[in-house]
Design a protein around this ligand. Structure first.
Ligand code: URA
Length: 209
C-alpha cells in the first residue's frame, strides 16, 4: 500500500510491545505513547520542504536550511489522540492544534461528533490528524470529513495501530490522505477493537474503564 508507512524503527517497535503488554501501568503507557509520538512525528515530517536562509554564525555568514512551506496543524481526535499531541508538539512547538471530539457509538461503531475547534484558514496549513487506533476507520473518516469542511486540503494521518479494514475505509473516502502507523494488526473483534491490539487506548492512557 503506497500511501501507508509502517514505522518499523526498533525503538518504535520496542515501545509498542511495552504498550501492548497489559501489565504496563497507566503512567508507563502514557509516557511510552508520548515517546512514540515524537518518533512518529519525526517520520511524518521527514519530507517537509526546506528553504535556504542567510544567517551569521559567531564566526561568519552562511546560508542554512529552515522549514519552508505550509505551517503545521496537529489535529488530535479526542480523547485518546491527546496522548500523541504533547510528544509531537515537543518536536514542532510552533504547530497549531485542532481538537476534534468524536466518540464511537458502541452499537453502530459510527463516529459521533461532540466538539470541534480548529485554527482559522486550514487551507494554508498541512493538517496532521492523530489518533492511536485506526480500527474500523469510521472515526478517522469523520474527522477528516470535518477538517475538509473547514478548508483543510492537505492532510496526513498518524496512528499507533491500524487494521487493513480501517486503512481500506480511509482510502475509500480520502484516497489522497497518507497514513503513518507503527503496526498493522490482523483483525477487529465484534466491538470494533483491534486484535491483538492494546485494548482501549483512552482507558489505558487515563486509567478509566
Ligand atoms: N479504539 C481503541 O481504543 N482500541 C481499539 O482496539 C479500537 C479502537
Amino acid at each position: 500500500m503506497n500511501n501507508v508507512t509502517v514505522v518499523d524503527h526498533p525503538l518504535v517497535q520496542h515501545k509498542l510491545t511495552l504498550m501492548r503488554d497489559k501489565t504496563t501501568s497507566t503512567k508507563g503507557f502514557r509516557q511510552l505513547l508520548r515517546e512514540i509520538s515524537t518518533l512518529l512525528c519525526y517520520e511524518v515530517t521527514r519530507d517537509l520542504p526546506l528553504d535556504l536562509v542567510d544567517i551569521e554564525t559567531p564566526l561568519m555568514p552562511m546560508r542554512s536550511r529552515m522549514l519552508a512551506g505550509k505551517k503545521l496543524v496537529f489535529a488530535p481526535i479526542l480523547r485518546a489522540g491527546m496522548g500523541l499531541l504533547e510528544g509531537m508538539l515537543d518536536l514542532v512547538p510552533s504547530a497549531r492544534v485542532a481538537h476534534i471530539g468524536l466518540y464511537r457509538d458502541p452499537d453502530s461503531l459510527v463516529a459521533v461528533e461532540y466538539y470541534f475547534k480548529a485554527p482559522t484558514i486550514l487551507a494554508e496549513r498541512l493538517v496532521i490528524a492523530v489518533d492511536p487506533m485506526l480500527a474500523t476507520g469510521n472515526t478517522a473518516v469523520a474527522a477528516i470529513d470535518r477538517l475538509k469542511e473547514h478548508g483543510a486540503n492537505e492532510l496526513r494521518f498518524v496512528c499507533l495501530l491500524a487494521t487493513e479494514t480501517g486503512l481500506a475505509n480511509l482510502r475509500r473516502h480520502h484516497p489522497e490522505v497518507r497514513v503513518w502507523t507503527a503496526a498493522i494488526d490482523e483483525q477487529l473483534n465484534d466491538h470494533g477493537y483491534i486484535l491483538p491490539g492494546l485494548g482501549d487506548a483512552g482507558d489505558r492512557l487515563y486509567g478509566t474503564r
